[in-house]
Design a protein around this ligand. Structure first.
Ligand SMILES: [Zn+2]
Ligand SMILES: [Zn+2]
Length: 186
């Protein structure tokens, strides 16, 4: 197609110079300076200025999941620490040498909560945040990663199937795919 455009003498939408391609988004012809890889400069710049609603939704779902897991681990730590720590503190107080053990038992809930939050923030929270931010910026690797995870989610009937298909629907919209393509052009 590009060969046809080059020999036909179509002019660039911006400067009128010999066009090398036609924009997939608005059909405008572009020269080597005002477009690349199937899109004109105007559309590429427009794509940089916004994030499609579907992509934003997936990004916020990622942030929300990260926050939910970290919070759940905070409460889980408190609960587990209370369940183990309370009998431990009670037993330690009845012995002669158990004052330190009793103190650990009493504060075990807090210790576990802080530990769980620290670990899950590093292992789940930070990675999900970076993936979300990359997706928001149109990174193709982030989209590919989410699409692969969504296909795996489909296998977890019924909740995973529902969530996976919603994400795949949102990320596979034609304008959204075009947005990712345009964002990947530098
Ligand atoms: Zn031009
Ligand atoms: Zn265009």
């Amino acid at each position: 197609m590009d060969q046809m455009i080059q020999s036909s003498g179509f002019g660039c939408y911006a400067c009128g110079a010999q066009a090398i391609g036609q924009c997939k988004n608005d059909g405008g012809y572009y020269c080597a300076k005002h477009g690349a890889r199937g899109y004109c400069q105007k559309c590429i710049e427009q794509a940089r200025a916004y994030t499609p609603g579907g992509v934003s939704l997936v990004v916020w779902a990622l942030y929300g999941t990260a926050a939910f897991i970290v919070l759940t681990m905070c409460f889980g730590g408190l609960l587990l620490g209370g369940l183990i720590g309370a009998p431990m503190a009670a037993a330690a107080e009845n012995s002669q040498t158990g004052s330190l053990l009793a103190l650990v038992g009493k504060s075990l809930g807090l210790i576990l909560a802080i530990g769980f939050v620290a670990v899950y923030t590093l292992v789940v929270g930070v990675p999900l945040f970076f993936i979300g931010r990359a997706l928001n910026n149109g990174a193709t690797w982030a989209r590919t990663l989410i699409v692969i995870v969504s296909y795996l989610l489909l296998l977890l009937v019924p909740v995973g199937t529902l969530i996976g298909s919603v994400i795949l629907y949102l990320l596979n919209q034609q304008p959204t795919q075009a947005w990712f393509e345009m964002r990947s052009i530098t």
